[in-house]
Design a binder for this molecule. Structure first.
Ligand code: AMP
Length: 428
């Protein structure tokens, strides 16, 4: 869905286009119009779904359309300093064409004199962690009487970190007329209770989580002995008559450029898409993909996030994603708008362990497939440093939805619920 159809102010649309976004992500498409209409929202969505813009765009819309006040009108509560900084940057990015919007971040660890000065200068948007905000409110430096919108970002993590009482104390000092948007990765009993006490007749939005079955996407795994073998597999896959358009994922920008140039030499209508490209070039590439002039897009994770092109019949993981979560984002580029899609991962025989982490995260097994004449010669390694084990290929099925044949997820994860750990490499 395009941003133009969401009802946003032209200046916000300009800033979104300048950020390189072409289509709204699922959570944005569903949350933005409801929030602009003034509804409270209860949204389950993961990091990486585009949730920050899903609340920041309507928040900015509210500021763009209402007269200014002397006190903050938007408050975003986040669990961590890092997330506060990210949200603050998002407010600045999407609000840069609006005049005189001041965003101030109030987080623990920041020196009080600096924080006090920022508060004296005034803020339209406050982005804060609950503990420090409450501290500043108790010192009388923050007046929430003019608040129009309260956002609870990653509410489940705030509860995990023990911020429940602080959140309640903060909310008590906001006007009952405020609009409240609650975002959380999970919507369990604790979140439901918090929501019941703070939201008024909320619209509930569940955005496809990592355990969604992706029933219209057939997933396959091909093991490869080495890079040459991967290239031969890719060539074979891209020459499949059923392939309309494909996104091929690599793990680095350099690899994306190199692979695009190899494929170009082999006669494919190919383009690369990654974060080093100038915005204009990225937009032109996406337009060409949308119009069908590009059949194969070689992309990195961050650059390809949110791409919504219905012609994408295949997603090919030339390199496995570094984070299991990225696997879900990648395969979700195909099977758009109710169509069927095929997601094929090429894994080195030594990468069986990474495959297992992905399978654990999605709770689905990815069937191993082989192409006659292109079978791997080496056995598959079970764990890093362990002796190889054979993993039986299963007959590939052309019917989607057959990939979870009785397999149960392992109880131990890839961190809590398999979520992303550490920082996101910005070079992707
Ligand atoms: P979030 O889930 O808010 O942490 O966003 C994850 C990443 O997706 C961020 O790097 C955003 O800049 C990016 N992003 C958000 N919305 C879009 C969009 N509509 N198109 C492309 N990228 C987006």
């Amino acid at each position: 869905m395009t941003f133009e159809s969401l009802g946003l102010d032209a200046r916000i649309l300009e800033a979104v286009a300048a950020a390189g976004y072409v289509d709204a992500t699922d959570v944005q498409a569903r949350a933005v119009p409801e929030a602009i209409a003034g509804r409270d929202l209860l949204v389950s969505s993961q990091t990486g779904s585009g949730k920050t813009a899903a609340f920041m765009l309507p928040a900015l819309q509210l500021l763009a359309t209402e007269a200014s006040a002397k006190a903050p009108r938007i408050l975003v509560l986040t669990p961590t300093r890092e997330l506060s900084m990210q949200v603050t940057r998002a407010a600045e990015t999407y609000g840069r064409r609006l005049k005189k919007i001041r965003t101030v971040s109030i987080v623990g660890g920041m020196p009080y004199p600096l924080q006090n000065r920022l508060l004296r200068q005034g803020a339209d948007i406050l982005v804060a962690t609950p503990g420090r905000l409450l501290d500043q409110m108790q010192s009388g430096r923050i007046d929430l009487s003019q608040l129009k919108m309260l956002v609870l970002d990653e509410a489940d993590r705030m509860l995990d970190l023990g911020f429940k009482d602080d959140i309640e104390a903060i909310v008590q000092q906001t006007p009952a007329t405020r609009q409240t948007l609650l975002f959380s990765a999970t919507l369990d009993g604790n979140i439901a209770r918090l929501a019941a006490s703070m939201l008024k007749d909320p619209v509930r939005i569940d955005v496809a989580g990592h355990q969604t079955k992706h029933e219209n996407i057939e997933q396959r795994l091909h093991f490869a002995d080495d890079l040459g073998h991967k290239n031969r597999l890719l060539d074979h896959l891209l020459r499949d008559a059923a392939m309309n358009q494909a996104i091929v994922f690599t793990s680095t920008k350099r690899a994306a450029d190199d692979l695009a140039s190899n494929l170009n030499e082999q006669g494919f209508a190919v383009a690369a898409l990654h974060g080093d490209m100038k915005q204009g070039a990225r937009n032109r590439t996406l337009q060409a993909l949308r119009r069908g002039g590009v059949r194969v897009l070689v992309a990195t994770d961050v650059a390809a996030r949110g791409i919504d092109v219905q012609g994408i019949s295949h997603v090919i993981n030339f390199d496995l994603p570094r984070q299991a979560e990225d696997y879900v984002h990648r395969i979700g580029r195909t099977g758009r708008a109710g169509k069927n899609g095929i997601a094929i991962s090429l894994a080195n025989v030594r990468e069986h362990f990474q495959v297992k982490l992905i399978e654990r995260f999605t709770t689905q097994r990815i069937p191993v497939s082989t192409i006659p004449g292109l079978e791997p010669k080496q056995a598959v390694a079970a764990k890093p440093g362990r002796a190889p084990e054979a993993r039986k290929p299963v007959r590939s099925t052309s019917k989607p939805g057959h990939f979870n044949g009785g397999w149960k997820p392992a109880s131990q994860g890839f961190g809590k619920d398999g979520a992303r750990r550490g920082t996101t490499p910005r070079d992707r």
